[in-house]
Design a protein around this ligand. Structure first.
Ligand code: XUL
Length: 595
């Protein structure tokens, strides 16, 4: 029987599973969609919108989703008896509150009965606050005041205070519901709650260290809960949060009896620590230091992998999600922008008759083709108050003086619209991509002091990502990908998989696949082999290539599962010289916004 590995992903809207082979081929996937498969919880997009910015989901919806996901897996005859290891991914920041009955209920589950009919009393709080919640502004202020402001909080916890982060959420819960808080025995993140359910041995499993960095509570460099912030919450906050799991590939238990007897899992199937959905995506790409990901979705997200800790109030620094207890620490940094696809679509609809073809044609007709084609127009579309730059709002367009120096903006002229409509398409894309280029370069620039990035003029050849992966809806747009390669001055890649005898765009779910990789790595280590996560994934890819009969056995990653979809052309050199020019314009827009 072929050994298999399972990854689960509890995201905002669904619970998904991916089944992988020993060499990390994705064999099968299935999903439960909360709105449609569990309509009685009455969620929209997986959540319920309450008052005063509250956004949450019912905790029992997640539990019932487990019931029907595993029923579906059984109906599809997945060979669960051959699964050697499993790990879960969960939406970040969201928290689960266990009652003091949790332990005995979890260790005495009846395999003949659904989880939803047994576990309701295991939770002290019936809801899971969602990452879209914005009800904790007061608590965020309190967090920052406690440690001396946003920069200080970012230095300690990897991020300034954010309303969706778990620490401020817990504090608000305690203030509004002190009795229920007192009745709570343990607090999990969604990822560690999944791990707890999978083991069902009575123990509430530790929060994963990478996911703990999304809480505003974890001292990232010291690798412990930040005492001053635990004290701010008070009343046993440390005991409720428990030990953090610092070895991402450790066996934390075996799959529970409920899964063995009800569905036929092997009792030997090992469970590994779950992690957050962004760390899991990071794993699915095995990002090496200086590599990055740009996800072009409703909001745009940029991930930058680094060997050093670079906390900055504009980004979130996370611990690497696949480090063993003895591995040297490394990190990834995440920047989240609200005005992603929404703003691009707005410009398309306003100027290009809702047509991407027309939008793309405008970009292609004007984009720089040579080092001398320096951009001289920029447009900042902050339709929603943005996260980065903090609270930026409004629309600002500039035409700059062609006689000004390379890095200067000269007498930049503010305009309502560009004289040539085609410039609207190029200017929004360039400005968004310059933003990702500029901030990823700041993170990668070793001469910058953490939390106090330099604003001095940068020379040509400022640090850049050595490779960037593009995901999300807009990554299907070839013009956007090609401009991305130019503005970021790097190769743009996508994951591909080999089936029907050819390479095709990988359609699998990155988060559940990323944690299945982690289960595969953890299992290898549990067999007594010391190997890093990245080496294990590379080894599996090589094995796959050999099995496929590829001519070159020690094949490079580029040929085995990763396709370069765009490379920088001549125009890249023009953009390279204009990063500082763009920074000066952003600065100008922000100062005019505040007038
Ligand atoms: C990240 C964030 C979202 C959630 C989505 O900070 O809030 O990406 O992780 O599930």
């Amino acid at each position: 029987m072929e050994p298999l590995y399972l990854g689960l992903d509890a995201s905002t809207q669904s619970l998904k599973a991916s089944l992988l082979s020993e060499n990390l081929d994705v064999r099968a996937e299935c999903a439960i969609h909360f709105d449609t498969d569990l309509p009685h919880y009455k969620t929209k997009g997986g959540v319920i919108f309450g008052e005063n910015g509250q956004v949450y989901s019912p905790v029992m919806m997640l539990v019932e989703a487990f019931d029907i996901l595993f029923d579906k897996i059984k109906a599809r005859n997945w060979d669960v008896a051959s699964i050697k290891g499993v790990a879960g991914s969960g939406q970040q920041h969201a928290s689960v509150y266990w009652s003091n009955q949790a332990s005995s209920l979890l260790s005495n589950l009846d395999p003949k009965t659904r989880l939803v009919d047994q576990l309701s009393p295991a939770f002290s709080r019936s809801i899971v606050p969602n990452w879209q919640d914005s009800s904790t502004s007061k608590e965020c202020q309190d967090f920052q005041t406690t440690v001396g402001g946003p920069v200080a909080l970012a230095k300690i916890t990897g991020s300034r205070a954010h309303e969706r982060f778990t620490g401020p959420q817990i504090l608000r819960f305690k203030r509004n519901h002190p009795d229920t808080y007192r009745e709570t025995s343990r607090i999990s993140l969604v990822s560690s709650a999944i791990t707890t359910l999978l083991c069902s041995d009575g123990g509430v499993k530790g929060i994963d260290e990478s996911d703990a960095c999304g809480m505003n509570l974890w001292n990232v460099e010291g690798r412990h809960w930040e005492q001053s912030l635990l004290d701010l919450i008070g009343e046993d906050a440390g005991e409720k949060l428990g030990e953090v799991e610092k070895d991402a590939g450790k066996v934390v238990g075996h799959i529970g009896k409920w899964f063995v007897e009800r569905y036929g899992f092997s009792p030997e199937c090992a469970v590994f620590p779950g992690t957050g959905d962004n760390p899991a995506t990071f794993l699915s790409l095995t990002l090496a230091p200086s590599e990055g990901l740009i996800s072009l979705g409703t909001s745009d997200v940029v991930l930058v992998s680094t060997a050093r800790y670079f906390p900055n109030p504009e980004s979130h620094a996370f611990f690497h999600p696949a480090r063993g207890a003895n591995d040297s620490p490394s990190y990834f940094n995440m920047i989240v922008y609200k005005n992603g696809s929404l703003a691009r679509q707005h410009v398309r609809d306003l100027y290009f008759e809702q047509s991407w073809d027309k939008f793309n044609a405008a970009v292609e007709s004007l984009r720089p083709q040579a080092v001398t084609d320096l951009p001289n127009k920029a447009a900042f579309w902050w339709l929603l108050p943005d996260i980065v730059p903090h609270n930026a709002h409004g629309v600002f367009k500039y035409i700059t003086d062609p006689s000004a120096g390379l890095f200067e903006i000269g007498a930049a002229q503010k305009v309502d619209a560009f004289p040539d409509v085609s410039s609207e398409a190029l200017a929004i894309l360039e400005s968004q991509l310059f933003n990702y280029r500029s901030r990823s370069s700041t993170i990668l620039d070793d001469s910058n002091t953490p939390a106090e990035p330099s604003t001095a003029s940068l020379p040509d050849n400022i640090p850049r990502l050595t490779r960037v992966y593009a995901t999300g809806g807009a990554s299907a747009n070839k013009t956007i990908l090609s401009l991305m390669a130019d503005v970021l001055s790097t190769k743009v890649c996508r994951n591909v998989e080999f089936y029907d005898n050819q390479w095709k765009d990988a359609m699998w779910n990155a988060c559940s696949v990323g944690v299945a990789y982690k289960a595969r790595w953890g299992y290898e280590r549990s067999q007594g082999r010391e190997i890093t996560f990245d080496d294990l994934v590379a080894e599996c890819r090589n094995n796959r290539a050999k099995l496929r009969g590829a001519e070159e056995p020690s094949i490079s990653l580029e040929e085995e599962g990763i396709r370069v979809v765009a490379e920088p052309g001549e125009g890249a050199r023009a953009y390279e010289r204009r990063v500082d020019w763009w920074r000066a314009l952003e600065h100008k827009a922000l100062s005019e916004m505040n007038k």
